[in-house]
Design a protein around this ligand. Structure first.
Ligand code: 13P
Length: 337
């Protein structure tokens, strides 16, 4: 294992003022997103949209890495070069989603285990060759009165650790993503407790598998009540609970935490990260790996202005700038238009 390469990639990804753009929606998810804005989904429209995102003039100020889907890493950028080469040329690391999705967990209705370990070594080697330097694997944990089960937590933690070990062997920094979903009517205290259990199981498995933590990043959910809960957390409560959880349940050798947005609005996800960074110093960088919280408004704007991408670029540049400011706790609500 090339620990120096892994550590330098991980530190690059959470460098000052920057974070990750998650643009690795599967074809199924991207089709739903495109159809929701009235655009037919095809390899070419998916390429057109994503290539236009990556061409935003100031993207490199806020974005250190982009997570790609298998289709996208094989496509070309606006200038005809390959997307991984194009990103490298803009000082952005290409990453790749390597899981093959959350599949029903046998004997546990409503729960899933994320698959994709078969052939993973060979796929990682190919992606490295294509220019990828980091990877992502997302485990999904659902909360209800009876969920998550022990089986769901342990199988997903085991798979995450095996994935991380294989990626590191192949020179890719693994983003370890155990997402505790916001669906449900649970309160924030329950979200905290479940996330703590899931993290503990994940680190136990990483230790068994020999994962090199200084060459890995964690992509967790924030601590929030379920969407169906009667009250919402205020920004400070969410930030305080999340910071408290991470300080006590994440090994301090991990160089960075890159949050998912998980259905928060663009402004909520920004405000929460900003508040957490204001509560520093922290033992690790607190950054982002947002999908919807960086793209939602941009996608709608792009769809209405496909003949003039500068309109969508303006919206995307604003979201990037807000995320960039949140990295240092310098964002404020009055900067939102
Ligand atoms: P969201 O920020 O939209 O949750 O997406 C991040 C991601 O990559 C989920 O796996």
């Amino acid at each position: 294992m090339d620990t120096a390469l892994l550590e330098s990639t991980a530190n690059f990804l959470v460098g000052p003022g920057r974070g990750i753009l998650a643009a690795d929606e599967s074809n199924g998810t991207m089709t739903k997103r495109l159809e929701s804005v009235g655009v037919e989904s095809s390899p070419e429209t998916r390429r057109e949209y994503r290539a236009s995102l990556f061409a935003m003039p100031t993207i490199s100020k806020a974005i250190s890495g982009v997570i790609l889907y298998d289709e996208t890493i094989r496509q070309n950028a606006v200038d005809g070069t390959s997307i991984p080469d194009y990103l490298h040329a803009r000082n952005i690391m290409p990453g790749i989603k390597v899981d093959t999705g959350a599949k029903p967990l046998a004997g546990h209705d409503g729960e899933t285990v994320t698959e994709g370990l078969d052939g993973l070594r060979e796929r990682c080697a190919e992606y490295f060759e294509m220019g990828a330097r980091f990877a992502k694997w997302r485990a999904v944990i659902r909360i209800s009165d009876t969920m998550p089960s022990e089986a769901c937590i342990s199988t997903n933690a085991h798979a995450l650790a095996r994935y991380a070990a294989i990626c590191q062997e192949q020179g890719l920094v693994p983003i370890i993503e155990p997402e505790v979903l916001m669906e449900g009517d649970h309160d924030a205290v329950r979200c905290y407790a479940v996330t703590a259990d899931v993290l503990a199981a994940t680190w136990d498995e990483c230790k068994v598998q020999g994962v090199h933590l200084p060459g890995a990043l964690l992509k967790p959910n924030m601590v929030l009540p379920g969407k169906g809960h009667s009250t919402r957390s205020d920004v400070e409560t969410c930030a305080r609970m999340t910071v408290d959880l991470l300080h006590s349940h994440v090994p301090h050798e991990i160089p960075g935490i890159v949050f998912l947005s998980g259905g928060q609005t663009e402004v909520e996800a920004t405000a929460h990260l900003n508040m957490m960074n204001n509560m520093g110093p922290h033992p690790f960088q607190l950054s982002y790996s947002y999908g919807r919280a960086l793209q939602a408004t941009t996608l709608k704007t792009w769809a209405k202005n496909r003949d003039d991408v500068s309109v969508a670029h303006k919206v995307f540049a604003h979201r990037c700038e807000m995320a960039h400011l949140a990295r240092s706790g310098s964002w404020s609500a009055n900067l939102e238009v």
